[in-house]
Design a protein around this ligand. Sequence first.
Ligand SMILES: Cc1cc2nc3c(=O)[nH]c(=O)nc-3n(C[C@H](O)[C@H](O)[C@H](O)COP(=O)(O)O)c2cc1C
Length: 327
Amino acid sequence: MVLEPAFMIGEIPVYGDSILAPMDGYSDQPFRGLARQLGSAMSYTEFVSALDVLNRLESILPRLVFEEAERPVAFQIYDDDPARILQAAETLMQYQPDILDVNMGCSSKSVANRGAGAGLLRTPDKVAAIIRQLSDEFDLPVTAKIRLGWDEDSLNYLEIAKSVQDNGGQLVAVHGRTKKQAYKGAASWPPIREIKEALRIPVIGNGDIRTIADKKRMLDETGCDAVMIGRGAVGNPWIFVGKDRPEVSPEEVLDTMLQHLQRMQDFYGPDEGLVLFRKHVTRYISLGPLSKGQRTRLLTCTTAETFTQFLDELIQEPVIFQNSGGF
Ligand SMILES: Cc1cc2nc3c(=O)[nH]c(=O)nc-3n(C[C@H](O)[C@H](O)[C@H](O)COP(=O)(O)O)c2cc1C
């Protein structure tokens, strides 16, 4: 049987319509690898600043490491300066990404208020220059991840999305909120439909997908080519298998957690891997039913063995493994 791609990014086929969203501090290589193994259709790295690429590449390299099985892999970059993005992208080419994605959605003050991330939405000329220069310079697809606008009075998503396309961009991912909203309120999906109807290039919809029903609804209501899932996938990577959290047995939760932990220890080393995994533990399982002592014990384990042993004991209390996931 010949598998049909769900959509193409330039000449790159993408087989699947659910994708793990880039998330600083979460979508690192171990989590991306796990999500991809479970069915996420491609990988986006956590964003990297063009300045960091140019000035302290060594320290950000772990964010750009990927395994071959993750391909297609998009490196996500942010800055407000077209020339610096171009220069940083040149440096990044040695690591052979499949796609270059420009972040036009980050709402954090330190990024957006200096004109990068969602700050770019206020300077359409820069959006055009960045996408045009990258597309002209490199022989790989250039894409953008955008929001709806800076605030409710400047909803320029159609202008920005068309500019990405008209300047050679090959895909737009849309988070259905403004910069001002940050993560507050509900994501608005109708604009994603408007963008999809206006563009020839593929559109990925993003915002507030937490269940398989949400995913289907976004695909139906917007006609987007794929969905991107962020917070709803943390502690819940089975969303990429097509399973909602209540359908995942405690044994499966435990098994996947241990795979994730193993990946983190392989990547960061045994000690740092275990410490960094703690933020995922609190998403994989509900700590509420645990006593204070049990919680402390779980979050202060110093070896994978003691951690595994304790989780094996906890499996006797399935409620801990249910109704968790997401944030
Ligand atoms: C902790 C965190 C880190 C994020 N980091 C990035 C990032 O590096 N690049 C990016 O484009 N979006 C980033 N985002 C935004 C997500 O990709 C996504 O657009 C947003 O969370 C909405 O989708 P969701 O409702 O599925 O979470 C981040 C979001 C969160 C919660």
